[in-house]
Design a protein. Structure first.
Length: 270
């Protein structure tokens, strides 16, 4: 049998087998010595979105989450966050004070807007932004998308949203450890794409919360910003977020920070 299998495979560099569940073990044994990348389709695992196979004692397991970075990488990323956020907060403090005064002069209400967002490990936190909307029109769960010429946005709000200045208070979230400089952007609980909650669009959505949310991310520098009108608007940024998690390095963080300055002024920011 094994000889016939070898002849059948010929010069192929990959084989994928779809067979009855009762035949999977036999196929696995036959393919292990075939000197070729071999895979067996297991439809039952589709809903689990597996990342790999592990072992618990002698029992095989399906890896569905990888957890945080190892200790050294976490220390490197935290040092990077503190150095960037600390310097930026000091340099930008005068600008933030001026913006705070202008917001108070422009419209009645508080300087800051607080909204629950989903953080690392699916834990909720109160995210700070400079207020850009009229107080009575604020959306605490993010269910209503901001539209172009939205009458809820104040005059000062249009300027700070267009330039991303409204996000600057999140530097303090980085300093306290709730956020990172680079990571998947934190979403509001009620955020929707094509009238579906984000996690209803793609079952992989919760995977992005394995890392701290970021001030900027791979999705943002690729231009995936603004409203999620279509399901593809979410799918594109989710795919970028998952790619970032799978391929993280401090050099990639540095690259994303550098590229962020190129997309600060964005046509989808309003």
């Amino acid at each position: 049998m094994y000889d016939r299998l070898a002849r059948s495979l010929g010069s192929a560099d990959r084989v994928v087998i779809a067979c009855h569940p009762d035949r999977r073990i036999a196929w696995a044994r036959a393919l292990k010595g075939a000197n070729i990348q071999s895979e067996i389709i297991v439809p039952e695992l589709t809903g689990l979105a597996p990342l790999g196979i592990g072992l618990h004692g002698s029992e095989p397991t399906v890896v569905v989450g990888t957890g945080p970075l190892d200790l050294f990488d976490r220390l490197v990323k935290r040092a990077f966050d503190l150095s960037i956020a600390g310097v930026a907060a000091i340099i930008l403090l005068p600008l933030m004070l001026i913006v705070a005064v202008l917001i108070k002069l422009d419209s009645p209400g508080p300087v800051f807007f607080r909204q629950q967002r989903i953080g690392r490990g699916n834990e909720m936190f109160q995210m700070l932004k400079f207020r850009s909307m009229r107080t009575e029109a604020s959306d605490s769960v993010g269910a209503r998308l901001t539209a172009r010429d939205d009458d809820r946005v104040t005059r000062m709000g249009r300027l700070i949203r267009k330039t991303s200045i409204d996000e600057l208070p999140q530097l303090f979230h980085v300093l306290t450890g709730e956020m990172s400089i680079v990571g998947p952007r934190p979403h509001a609980l009620g955020a929707k794409a094509a009238d579906k909650l984000y996690w209803e669009v793609d079952e992989r959505y919760w995977t992005r919360h394995a890392a701290k949310p970021g001030l900027t991310g791979l999705a943002q520098v690729r231009g995936y910003r603004g409203n999620t009108v279509e399901e593809s608007d979410l799918s594109n940024r989710l795919q970028a977020d998952l790619e970032y998690l799978e391929t993280w390095s401090i050099w990639r963080d540095l690259t994303i920070v550098a590229l962020t300055f190129r997309v600060l002024l964005h046509r989808n920011a309003f």
